[in-house]
Design a binder for this molecule. Sequence first.
Ligand SMILES: Cc1ncc(COP(=O)(O)O)c(C=O)c1O
Length: 411
Amino acid sequence: MKEKILDLFTRDALETARANNTYRTMRLMESPESSRVKIRMPNGASQEQILLASNSYLDLANVGELKQAMAQAVLEWGTGSGGARLTTGNKTIHQELEEFIAKFKGEESAITFNTGYMANVGTISALCGKNDFIFSDELNHASIIDGIRLSRAKCFVYKHNDMADLKRVILAAKAEFSTREMHAENGTATAFRGLIVTDAVFSMDGDLANLPELLRLAKESECLLMIDEAHATGVLGKTGRGLAEHYGCAHADVTVGTLSKAVAAEGGFVAGKQQLIDFLRNRSRSFIFTTAMAPAVAAAASNNLRYIDTHPERVQSLRENVKFFCEALQHESVNVVQSPSAIVPIVIGDEARALKISAALQDAGILIPAIRYPTVAKGQARLRASLMATHTHEQLQTAASVISQTIKSTN
Ligand SMILES: Cc1ncc(COP(=O)(O)O)c(C=O)c1O
């Protein structure tokens, strides 16, 4: 009887996923994350692979002095934080981390969350309620979408990076707001509240949001602007400070980021005006109702971010590697554009074919996962390559040749 009830909830979804080639399993890695890793193959054997799939863009997880510093923090602070930030969990190391994030990002203040996912969900749902309007790029990350759903605000999705479409939906929302106000029963006027939200680097395409134009539109339409710099921090701009440094323009009102990708620790953050941070500390449920991140993790995030600050050459090596790899692929007639970030999508289209190519690449010692629906749209399955500052040109050249041959020979 019990199995039957579980079937009701789960069986159809699993069968559909298997039939559509979207059923998910997990790869097992037997070594730390670096440009070369050891993978447990389906037959149980270990195989060395060139890793072209990591979010650890600067490869900081393997820097000796940073590993030592984290180990030292465990010895000093113990293994866990013991409480929520607003009860007993708030240690000096958490505060130091937030102060450094604010400094690194050139903002008044910052607040950390346990993950970037929680930062997005907790920020959007705290800022917006059911009477508000949110304007969201159609390719935004799932954590932004979940934050919008939780907020119950009216959401207008605009076409990817299409500023004319964004303007259109803002006007539509303002018209809807005026009608609503006209029919309001209690007669007290409320202000229009709109939030524009976008990834800074789009995680499956590697392209960038048009920050200068977004700033202009946000100002013109009196909306708040929020950007998610998950794949931008440590990557974009001369010193890895993100999208504003890349464009040489002003910052968004709300900058979200993660400490788990280029920073190679774990956690999320929001940086902005002191008033914004005070508000989130008081209202963001994913900040309030959870245990503070382990102090050693906060220490690692803090140390690693300081390392990025003093080693801008790592950011430059990453950029050079991306340029070299895109050119090598183009030279091998693989259809890619020069990526402005660390993410290089190689679009295949068909889900089954993308899986087949990814499996063949793994057999040949190159690890690039196939990204499929629902992470990307149906028929847009792709190999999502992401680069590290420590890949050698030799590794990248080998990978480009093997990718080209594998795509040609897999139909
Ligand atoms: C654009 C974007 N935002 C947020 C997140 C969530 O960050 P975290 O892994 O720290 O939860 C991710 C990836 O995981 C992401 O790609």
